[in-house]
Design a protein around this ligand. Structure first.
Ligand code: SF4
Ligand code: SF4
Length: 67
């Protein structure tokens, strides 16, 4: 099983991970984190192929992929 974890409070809402994901798994949510940014959410977890592009792209190391 693949698990995508977003450390919401580390997210700056830059959107790089959303663009990096080939499967449209991630989306910017409407939830503000403690820094005042709209955190990324895992909108379609079932589509994740664990390629880790998102985690490698995130400048703030806010994403973890486990499988
Ligand atoms: S691991 Fe790959 S498929 Fe899964 S959310 Fe990240 S970029 Fe998308
Ligand atoms: S790349 Fe990182 S900081 Fe940027 S939106 Fe995605 S999780 Fe947030």
């Amino acid at each position: 099983m693949i698990k995508v974890t977003i450390h919401e409070d580390a997210c700056k809402s830059c959107g790089l991970c959303v663009r990096a994901c080939p499967k449209d798994v991630l989306a910017i949510s409407k939830r503000l984190n403690t820094k005042g940014y709209y955190a990324v959410e895992v909108a379609h977890p079932e589509a994740c192929i664990a390629c880790a592009s998102c985690a490698k792209t995130c400048p703030d190391v806010a994403i973890e992929i486990e499988k």
